[in-house]
Design a protein around this ligand. Structure first.
Ligand code: IMP
Ligand code: MG
Length: 180
């Protein structure tokens, strides 16, 4: 359960700003894929973004969800395996991966490697948040909601030990020293 209440000053991006930006992203994506696109949401963090984004898109869409585990091995990009795989073939389809945040870039980079093997017609990335200061593996981000500084954030799908996902805004979390 949530162990402490966030201070109102901790709000980094408020609800109205998020929703306005999502409308802009929806327009961008609709213009880019007039013949349709598969939105591929990464569980669990991207769920809230995926739902609002899909309602801001006017071209035909299909929605699929994946869950992945990532391991950082000897290569800097690490590897990912599917805990829940796609429920459709994506060969010759336009696919847009929908993510909550790109941090080091390891997860999304390893995921792109897996998805490319399935021969999509195109493979794009749409992330709500980008933390470029933390990047270790370069990744091509095609649609980005907000670029944020190197701070740990929660809300609107993002969690700290599974808590805070349901906040309608993005807030900066300063975890208690004992749990860092
Ligand atoms: P990457 O492989 O380092 O890019 O990791 C991205 C994943 O780390 C995201 O999908 C989030 O699950 C998690 N993550 C990174 N930064 C944050 C944050 O500030 N708050 C919550 N989760 C984060
Ligand atoms: Mg994630």
């Amino acid at each position: 359960m949530q162990k402490f209440i966030l201070h109102p000053d901790s709000i980094l991006i408020d609800e109205k700003t998020i929703q306005n930006r999502i409308r802009e992203l929806g327009a961008e994506i609709s213009a880019q894929y007039p013949d349709g696109v598969v939105l591929l949401g990464i569980l669990t963090g991207a769920l809230f973004f995926l739902v609002d984004l899909s309602r801001a898109i006017s071209c035909p869409i299909e929605i699929d969800l994946i869950a992945i585990s990532s391991y950082v091995g000897t290569s800097s990009s690490g590897t990912v395996t599917f805990k829940k795989d796609l429920s459709r073939e994506i060969d010759d389809r336009h696919v847009l991966v929908v993510e909550d945040i790109v941090d080091t870039g390891r997860t999304i980079s390893a995921l792109l490697t897996l998805l490319k093997d399935r021969n999509p017609r195109s493979l794009g990335i749409c992330t709500l948040l980008d933390k470029p200061d933390r990047r270790i593996v370069p990744v091509p981000i095609h649609h980005c909601g907000f670029t944020i500084p190197d701070q740990f954030v929660v809300g609107y799908g993002l969690d700290y030990n599974q808590a805070y996902r349901n906040l309608p805004y993005i807030a900066v979390l300063d975890p208690p020293k004992s749990s860092q």
